[in-house]
Write a new protein. Structure first.
Length: 253
């Protein structure tokens, strides 16, 4: 007749097994996810999504990192300099051509920064407070309207695929660059518009909240302080953005 384990031993074993199972369900940043998505990752947007600033955009850009960690193939149609109108006019039609008959697991979008960058030549747009001669309000209304068209188009074409939008961090934060303060004033308003678009779709879409990771760390996470100054994220910055996208995706599984 076999011996019985003391109840205390049984409880300890059960607790260890339970903790192991819980640990298996938790994904640390950078770790491959348990298979959850079926299809390809579609990346749309601007130079950040295209991988500018990464040492190897095919491997260390945020889009490449997310695709790797989530275990899906990447189709990246982002183009440096793209605006929200460019996504509508060029990238969405390209997606139609390249993804015909293929299942899209999820979509990431990083766009809107270049829409605001068009205001930089207007000297009024770097003043505080902003005078009426800076058309920021009008620009933001246009960006939000075009974002809604982008999301509505994606929803109609890929109804099962969540869409995650990047809330832009201030890449100049903590660097002392002349653009740090103006960016700190206008980017929160852009991000508010982006969050409003995502919130209007019944929780089926998400927002990658990358701003906290960059707060005061622009010199560490971008090339702003490099001899050839460049506001795009470095590899560590792309990793931080990827982590923000993956956190949003975790809430949409």
């Amino acid at each position: 007749m076999g011996s019985r384990w003391p109840p205390l031993v049984v409880l300890v074993i059960a607790a260890v097994v339970g903790l192991a199972a819980a640990g298996a369900r938790c994904k640390r940043p950078g770790e491959p996810a348990a298979p959850a998505w079926s299809g390809v990752m579609l990346s749309l947007g601007d130079s950040v999504a295209a991988g500018n600033g990464a040492s190897d955009p095919a491997a260390t850009s945020f889009a490449a990192l997310v695709a790797h960690d989530e275990g899906v193939e990447l189709v990246n149609l982002a183009v440096a300099g793209a605006t929200t109108q460019d996504v509508l006019d060029a990238q969405l039609p390209r997606a139609d051509e390249q993804l015909a008959g293929r299942r899209v697991a999820f979509v990431t979008v990083s766009v809107g920064g270049n829409d605001l960058a068009a205001l930089i030549p207007n000297a009024a747009c770097v003043q505080e407070p902003l005078p009426a001669s800076c058309p920021l309000d009008e620009t933001l209304r246009g960006v939000e309207a075009r974002y809604r068209r982008i999301v509505a188009t994606l929803r109609s074409r890929y109804p099962q695929a969540p869409v995650v939008l990047l809330a832009y961090p201030n890449f100049f934060s903590g660097t002392g660059h002349p653009f740090e303060a103006p960016a700190g004033r206008v980017l929160p308003r852009l991000d508010a518009a982006i969050r409003a678009v995502a919130a209007d779709d019944g929780g089926r879409h998400g927002v990658a909240e990358a701003a906290p990771a960059f707060e005061g760390r622009g010199g560490e996470l971008t090339h702003v302080l490099d001899p050839a100054s460049d506001p795009h994220p470095d590899d560590a910055g792309h990793r931080a953005i990827a982590d923000a996208f993956e956190a949003a995706l975790d809430g949409l599984r």
